[in-house]
Design a binder for this molecule. Structure first.
Ligand SMILES: [Fe+2]
Length: 82
């Protein structure tokens, strides 16, 4: 996450300059969600391989929340977040 945040933090300022601050914030939020989805997906796969069923269930719930947040950002809904 520490690599993603500084990278996307540059976008809002750039987009505010062209008068589209919401687009910049939503794009930054989506970058974070994509990062989280990739990490939780990897952890879920490892948990499956290790037979850790409770962890699989919890990571699956978290993945669903992250995907829903990403879809909300895609629609331009900045009120949803996880
Ligand atoms: Fe998230």
């Amino acid at each position: 996450m520490r690599y993603v945040v500084p990278f996307v933090a540059q976008w809002p300022g750039t987009l505010i300059a062209v008068n589209t601050p919401d687009a910049g914030l939503l794009a930054a939020a989506q970058a974070v969600e994509h990062y989280e989805i990739s990490r939780y997906g990897t952890l879920k796969t490892w948990a499956e391989k290790l037979g850790m069923q409770q962890a699989v269930m919890l990571l699956d719930q978290t993945l669903t929340e992250e995907k829903n947040t990403n879809e909300a950002a895609s629609r331009g809904d900045s009120r949803s977040g996880s």
